[in-house]
Design a protein around this ligand. Structure first.
Ligand SMILES: Nc1ncnc2c1ncn2[C@@H]1O[C@H](COP(=O)(O)OP(=O)(O)OP(=O)(O)O)[C@@H](O)[C@H]1O
Length: 256
């Protein structure tokens, strides 16, 4: 795969090769997502992902779209190294995640990857500043307070440092989550429906901020979204259906 060209001509930061994710067909307990749509894998397992390969260039923004239950979040979890594939390989910035033990994987993730969720996932007992400090403290950074304050200023929240998540609006909470994700300047940002809990206008302004920071820092972005307008702001769009990538549209190259 090395040296292979991209539509964008950029070297690959994310390389996923033939990813399979198979879970027991009858997991214990209730499946919160209802009936799974995947196919039956070998040995009666259920294939959530069936041979997904993708490459994302350094600094590129890729939108992942597809129906509910098609495997988008599962794919993101594999790229984050939060879940391991049943088969296949994820390589981020030249590091094969499957070759790392849990501790090394956690260190790698802290250094390389930022994640933004639909439900913000802020720690409710911590202020905005304390939430943004968490990844810096885990990384052993001595300049934590100054860096966290600057990151919150970059998302327009320098007057909300001491507020708890419950004292912030949804849009403000997602901006804190963006500050927390960007504060370590990760090379890769993974975002799972980041506007899903926001009204249209708030979502748009938070996404404008996200794309602006992504471009300013040259961050590679993989963004799951149901919103076609948001997907259209990405350089490329991958369509996931029944655990497979079905189409890969280069958007900007095609023009409007
Ligand atoms: N650990 C698991 N055990 C059993 N089934 C699972 C597991 N993880 C995911 N699934 C199933 O895999 C399928 C894909 O889930 P996933 O969350 O990746 O879909 P999605 O495309 O992100 O959906 P949505 O857009 O609704 O968030 C779903 O049917 C889900 O129920």
């Amino acid at each position: 795969m090395d040296g292979e060209g991209f539509p964008s001509g950029r070297p690959a930061l994310v390389e996923a090769e033939d990813l399979w994710l198979t879970v027991p067909a009858r997991p214990s307990g209730v499946n919160p997502k209802g009936d799974p749509h995947g196919g039956q894998g070998a040995g009666g397992g259920l294939d959530i992902l069936s041979g997904v390969s993708l490459r994302v260039g350094e600094g590129e923004a890729v939108g992942i779209v597809g129906p509910s239950g098609s495997g988008k979040t599962s794919l993101l979890m594999l790229l984050a190294g939060l879940e391991r594939p049943t088969r296949g390989r994820v390589r981020i910035a030249g590091t094969v995640l499957g070759e790392l033990d849990e501790n090394a994987l956690a260190r790698f993730r802290r250094r390389t990857t930022g994640i933004v969720f639909q439900s913000f996932q802020l720690i409710p007992t911590m202020t905005a500043l304390e939430n943004v400090l968490v990844p810096l403290e885990l990384a052993g950074r001595a300049d934590g307070a100054a860096a966290a304050t600057a990151a919150l200023a970059a998302v327009g929240l320098d007057r909300r440092l001491g507020h708890l998540p419950t004292e912030l609006s949804g849009g403000e909470q997602q901006r804190v989550a963006l500050a927390r994700a960007f504060v370590t300047r990760p090379r890769l940002l993974l975002a799972d429906e980041p506007t899903g809990n926001l009204d249209t206008r708030t979502g748009e302004s938070v996404m404008t901020l996200m794309f602006s920071l992504q471009q300013q820092y040259g961050t590679t972005l993989v963004l799951i979204t149901h919103d076609p307008a948001l997907a259209a702001r990405c350089d490329r769009r991958l369509h996931v259906r029944d655990g497979r990538v079905t189409t890969d549209h280069p958007l900007r190259q095609d023009g409007p």
